[in-house]
Design a protein around this ligand. Structure first.
Ligand code: ADP
Ligand code: MG
Length: 256
């Protein structure tokens, strides 16, 4: 069974240790959520998984089917089947959503086979239409310039469409509360719900408990002080909604 395995991960930003021994295994087909108070290192985990240069791994491993992800360049991670949101620049003037997706697909095909001529346009159009229908998106969206004046919801829509088109095996989505209005929340949730299944493992990192009213993860983890301090099923999210994080502080301290 393919899996993404994070083992005893320690990560520094500059000289400060932020992740302090984080371990988590996600199998293909599973939906996991990480929650936790601000500043506990949730985004640090996402940036580390995408290979951001400011995040230094000082110990631990990340393995995809036993292969060392931390040695891969960000584009190799993507080719290996890991989807990380915000992999595209803020705005690309003159490049439509469709152009962008087509070049992403083709560069991946060429990386696998240098002789590849790219996905034929009719096949690409058909695929894109199918994905947009599945995600209940208006077809005109494909003709918009990527991120040019996009609302928070539209950025999310582009991200989810990219995920649908690239068909990753594992997706990591860091949903910060900024820009996550109800519309964006619904788009991300419906997208994850439509795309998750036996082929896709998902890790949703959320600052916003309400997201879990829409996405139903099988596994919920609480992160505090750079580690997972509690794991459970969907009822853990409900418990946190009622009780907050205070009841876990002791665990955080005892693991220091
Ligand atoms: P979360 O996503 O859980 O809110 P982050 O991963 O963004 O947490 O941040 C974890 C910690 O790392 C915080 O204490 C934050 O102040 C610190 N941090 C984040 N980015 C930087 C940076 N560029 N330089 C120094 N410290 C940072
Ligand atoms: Mg964050």
């Amino acid at each position: 069974m393919p899996q993404l395995e994070i083992k005893n991960l320690h990560v520094n930003i500059e000289d400060k240790e932020i992740l302090k021994g984080l371990s988590l295994t996600i199998k293909q087909g599973e939906v996991h959520a990480i929650m936790g108070p601000n500043g506990t290192g949730k985004s640090t985990l996402a940036y580390t998984l995408m290979g951001h240069p400011n995040y230094t791994v000082t110990d631990g491993e990340v393995l995809l089917d036993g292969e060392n992800v931390l040695e891969m360049e960000p584009d190799e991670r993507s080719r290996a089947g890991i989807f990380l949101a915000f992999q595209y620049p803020v705005a690309i003037p003159g490049v439509t959503v469709a152009n962008f997706l087509r070049s992403a697909i083709n560069s991946r095909r060429r990386a696998a086979n240098p002789e590849d001529k790219g996905m034929p346009i009719p096949e690409f159009r058909k695929m894109l239409k199918e994905k947009m229908d599945m995600l209940k998106m208006d077809h005109s969206f494909a003709g918009r310039y990527l991120n040019d004046g996009f609302s928070g919801g539209e950025k999310k829509r582009a991200e989810i469409l990219q995920m649908a088109a690239l068909k990753p095996r594992f997706a990591v989505l860091d949903e910060t509360d900024s820009g996550l209005d109800i519309d964006a929340l619904r788009i991300v949730s419906e997208g994850v719900n439509a795309l998750s299944g036996s082929e896709l493992g998902v890790l949703v990192i959320t600052h916003y408990q309400r997201l879990l009213n829409y996405i139903k993860p099988q596994f919920v983890h609480v992160m505090m002080g750079g580690r997972i301090v509690e794991s459970g099923g969907p009822d853990l999210a409900l418990h946190l909604e009622e009780q907050g994080y205070d009841w876990l502080r002791e665990k955080e301290l005892s693991s220091e």
